[in-house]
Design a protein around this ligand. Structure first.
Ligand code: PLP
Length: 396
């Protein structure tokens, strides 16, 4: 068997199941799950209708590169959203079966395992980056993102000798779990390092459409590149998906866009990988990318939940509304796993301990002492959960 598999860590939700094993929550509270980042808002009917209409597409094998209408719809959306000068649908866009799959398989394309290969990931982070690096034969370097630094990755904390081995950098903006959105200055620094050391940047932007003020969307990586005159997006790709934007996590529909040379290799890899998106999903995705009204409504619901729940939760767990995305990254008054256990036992609310999303690295574990609270449930459930969090008794 592949020995790299032995380096994989248990997934956070597996650890959560173990943490809660043998605990029966006190009677009288309905279960509310705020642990998983799975959107719960209802799927817009027009997406389901487009899907149903395209079902006969199952009669043929789909192309890995997707149908031209999908790549064109994605390129048009990204060009509008990020005010790009150009994004060529035939060479700079590819569909992926959800950003998770794309983020994972991209590392398998990029990493040259004949050399000492390092992959940078934020810490805390989405665990797929780590697994992708390990299974590609690379070693992860975890860059802590802490409140003291405004949850930025400190790229200047690495030495030139370390940078020389870096082949791939994962960033997540808006970040899961911190919600931090990378600024133009952060991008400038990262692009300069990429020019100097030749690494590829994989920017995970699956939360890009969940933000709080209409007309003020978070800066994207292609947008930053374009603003800095890098219109060919050298060594840069971004991943986005419909899962959070359109509340269709089960559709497994996303895209990767950016550097044409990197995507040419990625397409070759994907031909073998065999994750071509079903044509019905592709056509439903075209409809979803072409509509913004449902996304505005989706954001309105999240903003309403944040405005209602944040002050209530903040009365017990220090937290504030993030730059974007749908998580509260809240400090716990006791050890994070013990806090999550007590909340589950006494109030039947589940949250994810911060230390399950992070690794021990130099200077400690930056997830320790936090919980990630996903405001994905209905507004009524989120309000109920916030009240339960505020009334949790931690004495005794
Ligand atoms: C940071 C991050 N990236 C990627 C994903 C994967 O999303 P999807 O594969 O549904 O696009 C998730 C899912 O929760 C996530 O939190």
């Amino acid at each position: 068997m592949n020995p790299d598999l032995d380096h994989l860590q248990p997934y956070p939700f597996e650890r959560l199941r173990e943490l809660f094993a043998g605990i029966t929550p006190v009677a009288g509270f309905a279960s509310i799950s705020l642990s998983m980042g799975e959107p719960k808002h209802s799927t817009p009917p027009f997406i389901l209708e487009a899907y149903a209409k395209a079902l006969s597409g199952v009669a043929s094998y789909p192309l890995t590169a997707g149908v031209p209408e999908l790549r064109e719809a994605i390129a048009a959306w990204a060009t509008r959203r990020y005010q790009l000068k150009a994004l060529d649908p035939s060479t700079q866009v590819l569909p992926v079966a959800g950003s998770r799959e794309g983020l994972f398989s991209f590392a398998q394309t990029v990493i040259d395992r004949s050399r000492d290969a390092r992959v940078i990931a934020p810490n805390p982070f989405y665990q797929i980056y780590e697994g992708a690096a390990l299974l590609a034969g690379a070693k992860p370097i975890y860059l802590p993102t802490t409140a003291d630094d405004g949850f930025r990755m400190r790229f200047d904390s690495l030495t030139p000798a370390q940078w020389r081995n870096v082949q791939l950098v994962y960033v997540c903006t808006p970040g899961n779990p911190t919600g931090h959105v990378m600024t133009l200055d952060e991008w400038k620094q990262l692009f300069e390092l990429s020019d100097r050391y030749g690494f590829v940047i994989a920017s995970d932007e699956c939360y890009s459409e969940i933000y709080f003020e209409e007309g003020k969307p978070p800066l994207g990586s292609l947008q930053a590149a374009s603003q800095l005159g890098r219109d060919r997006y050298e060594r840069l790709v971004m991943f986005c998906s419909l899962s959070k934007r359109s509340s269709v996590p089960g559709m497994r529909s996303g895209f990767v866009a950016g550097d044409a040379d990197a995507l040419k290799k990625f397409l070759l890899y994907r031909t073998y990988h065999g994750t071509a998106m079903s044509v019905a999903v592709q056509l439903a995705s075209v409809a979803a990318w072409q509509d913004e009204a449902h996304v505005v409504e989706n954001r309105r619901l999240y903003a309403q939940k944040f405005a209602q729940a944040t002050p209530v939760i903040n009365s017990r767990l220090a937290c504030s509304i993030p730059d974007a995305a749908f998580y509260l990254w809240a400090r716990t008054p006791i050890a994070d796993a013990e806090y999550a256990q007590r909340l589950y036992a006494q109030k039947n609310v589940t949250e994810l301990p911060g230390s399950y999303l992070s690794r021990d690295a130099s200077g400690g574990n930056p997830g320790t002492g936090y919980v990630r609270i996903a405001l994905v449930a209905s507004p009524a459930e989120v309000a109920d959960a916030a009240a339960r969090i505020a009334s949790l008794n931690l004495e005794g």
